[in-house]
Design a protein around this ligand. Structure first.
Ligand SMILES: Nc1nc2c(ncn2[C@@H]2O[C@H](COP(=O)(O)OP(=O)(O)O)[C@@H](O)[C@H]2O)c(=O)[nH]1
Ligand SMILES: Nc1ncnc2c1ncn2[C@@H]1O[C@H](COP(=O)(O)OP(=O)(O)O)[C@@H](O)[C@H]1O
Length: 206
């Protein structure tokens, strides 16, 4: 009998402004069968962001409680705010055999890698640093100081690319999505090759 396989844990990281949110929104339209983890954060909501959809917006005190109670799979401080992945949802979905996508920054991704070494780690790259700065500025959601901080972080984050399994350039949104979709498909094929029940089925047919 076919045993229930765990879903794939897919981690997408990349510097602020590279287009993670844009690429994830475009992936959602493609109806790829995976679920998205919603992070908790102490950052204030931007215009149009909805609590429980974009993030669970919370206070520093409540976030620190979640850390204490071990309710987060990983967490990090990023430009003066906390961000973290609620553990329960991810574990439940993976156990139900669903693929889960986490969109998180690099410190958190490295924590996840320790816990899920078989996760798929994808780094989204800007075509150039100049284009990255242009994207952050043109998004218009951050003050000049925050943009400068994010550019400093971006240079550090790009150094961490070496820890990822895949690098995807976000030159064109749809091309970046094609590449991510191809990676997930390939990872499923790889996993199927390793599955015992296929080998058993072939042997039974002999
Ligand atoms: N470690 C960690 N990072 C997160 C989480 N959620 C979001 N982030 C990252 O935090 C950084 C800042 O996110 P945000 O303030 O929404 O800005 P933006 O993604 O750059 O537009 C981004 O690199 C996100 O990928 C999380 O749960 N854990
Ligand atoms: N491939 C792309 N080409 C041009 N602009 C892009 C591309 N991807 C994203 N953008 C733009 O760059 C800005 C930052 O994108 P966003 O998705 O908010 O980045 P992140 O979530 O990584 O911080 C947005 O204004 C978005 O429209």
């Amino acid at each position: 009998m076919k045993e229930k396989e765990q879903g794939l844990l897919i981690v997408l990281s990349g510097p602020s402004g590279v287009g993670k949110g844009t690429v994830c929104a475009a992936l959602r339209k493609r109806d790829i069968p995976f679920v998205y983890s919603v992070s908790a954060t102490t950052r204030p909501p931007r215009e149009g962001e909805v609590d429980g959809v974009n993030y669970f917006f919370t206070t520093k005190e409540k976030f620190e409680e979640m850390i204490k109670r071990d309710e987060l799979l990983e967490w990090a401080q990023y430009v003066n705010h906390y961000y973290g992945t609620p553990r329960r949802y991810v574990e439940e979905q993976l156990s139900a055999g669903r693929d889960v996508l986490l969109e998180i920054e690099v410190q958190g991704a490295l924590q996840v890698k320790k816990k899920f070494p078989h996760g798929i780690f994808i780094f989204l790259m800007p075509p150039s640093l100049k284009e990255l700065e242009h994207r952050i500025v043109s998004r218009g959601t951050e003050s000049r100081d925050v943009i400068q901080n994010r550019m400093v972080m971006a240079r550090e984050e790009l150094e961490m690319m070496k820890y990822y399994d895949y690098v995807v350039v976000n030159d064109k949104v749809e091309l970046a999505c094609d590449r991510i979709e191809a990676i997930i498909l390939a990872e499923h094929c790889k996993r199927e090759r390793m599955m015992k029940h296929y080998i058993t089925a072939l042997e039974e047919e002999k």
